[in-house]
Design a protein around this ligand. Structure first.
Ligand code: ZN
Ligand code: ZN
Length: 497
């Protein structure tokens, strides 16, 4: 079964001249062939918006190439150049497809905070109160994490009009009976924008049987808020329906990043539905707002304004008890796992001995974080964020040669209990269980981590994947597949839109 929706084709984005050359003269015929194969495999149906565009204009190699360049953060030229070919040559896992969150062309979104919705026709499969509650729950998945509120109204024209009906139902996209298309929704906008229709020839349920209304409604409301399909199989916005347990269901990461990229994240608890706070951990309560002014002039510029720059390069990154810390020029952005908000702090106001962090990693099982600066590193208690006595220690203490004056990046891999330490184009592997450096290192990065580049500026682990930053670009890496799953930009972690 697949979900589909009807789309709004924005012809404004198709200003491409078909006479323009699409291959740079420096690209070899083999690479040209590779690019054609790549685009037809990974970009032929990247989103319904795109394929609808293709049908209308009989879209070309160049159009697909633009889509691909935009996704990978390359300069969007529609011309195949060597930089683009290089990205296409990055190996990828055979089983997992390219993954991304998508937005519609032109990135339509709601420009107000309170969105009304109205259900004009209900299904007979469920009680009206069940439908109301489930629809509200689906909207709440979004209002929990983005600063929008949703309100049901029972008369007049709401922003999002919802109905259940089979076959023809007043638009040009009649439903197809049981199975097949389950529902569709418009992207945000005036008039029919955001309107969502459910095929009433399906058997709507709140369980695993039939078609689960919460999951389909949540998917369709993703469209109604501006999300396009995702190729990430774990994503709610993956085009095909498959049931997952809806108990305590929350938006998967891909969808969360996608919708927060459009609307930002909700920083305070929603006023309409106050929620219990997460259970208090040993973390000693909220920290006071930290001063970011420095009496002494900084050797490095304050990177605050770079937060949402596509060119943002990290010095280091690590998790600390679920929160993410991204270091740059002696400052860090801390992204809260629970609230999703971001705080910007100067490193030495938090740890007075450390001016700038080159590399960082967390060993969750020990509740310790290690921060590196120059030839030294510090152990930090993760819960209290205080330096453990006996630190700093010298890099030679963990078995690095004295020729190493600085570490580029470090990451702890929980499944193997190895600490990977990156220096220039090589890396070392430290066995956390045996407390010693593994034999046979350093090894070349390109040899063991194909596709991530020859140098790593920052590395961290998140939900079983490793993330390696090389310049502004970041590779999401599957250690088991030994390959890059997707390529992101660093700033994507910092709630930018
Ligand atoms: Zn869809
Ligand atoms: Zn419809």
């Amino acid at each position: 079964m697949s979900l589909a929706y009807f789309w709004i084709v924005l012809l404004g984005c198709l200003s491409l001249s078909h006479a323009a050359p699409t291959i740079a003269p420096t690209v070899s015929p083999e690479d040209e062939g590779l690019a054609e194969g790549y685009l037809s495999r990974f970009y032929a149906d990247v989103g319904v918006t795109n394929s609808s565009v293709r049908r209308i204009v009989n879209s070309s190699f160049s159009q697909d190439l633009q889509t691909m360049q935009a996704f990978f953060g390359l300069q969007v030229t529609g011309v195949l150049n060597n930089e683009t070919v290089e990205v296409m040559k990055a190996p990828r896992c055979g089983v997992s497809d390219i993954s991304r969150y998508g937005h519609f062309a032109g990135k339509p979104k709601w420009e107000k905070r309170l969105i009304t919705y109205r259900i004009t026709q209900y299904t007979q499969d469920l009680a009206q109160s069940q439908v109301d509650a489930t629809i509200a729950q689906a909207f709440q998945l979004y209002s929990d994490i983005i600063p929008l509120d949703f309100k049901q109204v029972n008369s007049g024209t709401a922003d999002i009009m919802i109905l259940f009906e089979g076959g023809h139902h007043g638009d040009f996209y009649p439903f197809d009976g049981a199975n097949g298309v389950l529902a569709h929704a418009n992207s945000p906008g005036r008039g029919q924008g955001g309107d969502t229709h459910f095929d009433d020839d399906e058997r709507w349920t709140l369980t695993q049987r039939g078609v689960n209304l919460l999951l389909v409604a949540a998917h369709e409301f993703g469209h109604a808020l501006g999300l396009d399909h995702s190729r990430d199989r774990r994503a709610l916005m993956y085009p095909n329906y498959h049931y997952v347990n809806t108990n305590g269901y929350r938006l998967p990461d891909d969808d969360k990043h996608g919708v927060q990229a459009l609307y930002g994240s909700r920083t305070s608890v929603p006023t309409t539905a106050p929620k219990p706070q997460p259970p208090p951990g040993p973390d000693p309560g909220p920290e006071p707002e930290e001063p970011t002014e420095d009496p002494n002039p900084d050797p490095l510029p304050n990177p605050r304004h770079e937060q949402c720059s596509r060119d943002l390069v990290f010095d280091a990154a690590t998790s600390i008890r679920g929160d993410m810390f991204f270091f740059k020029n002696g400052y860090y952005w801390r992204k809260s796992a629970t609230a999703g908000g971001i705080r910007f702090t100067k490193v030495n106001t938090k740890w007075s001995q450390i001016n700038s962090v080159d590399a960082a990693f967390e060993v969750p099982s020990k509740d310790v974080v290690y921060l590196f600066e120059g030839r030294q590193y510090w152990g930090i208690r993760a819960y209290a964020k205080t330096v453990i006595s006996g630190f700093p220690k010298s890099l030679t203490n963990i078995g690095l040669p004295s020729s190493v004056s600085k570490v580029d990046a470090a990451v702890y891999v929980p499944t193997t209990r190895k600490i990977l330490i990156f220096v220039n184009n090589q890396y070392w592997s430290y066995d956390e269980g045996r407390n010693q450096m593994d034999f046979g290192y350093p090894r070349f990065i390109t040899q063991d981590f194909p596709g991530i580049g020859s140098k790593v500026d920052a590395a961290f682990e998140n939900y079983g994947y490793l993330y390696f930053s090389n310049g502004p670009r970041q590779s999401e890496y599957d250690l088991q597949c030994k390959s890059v799953i997707r390529v992101l930009l660093n700033y994507g972690w910092l709630n930018c839109y």
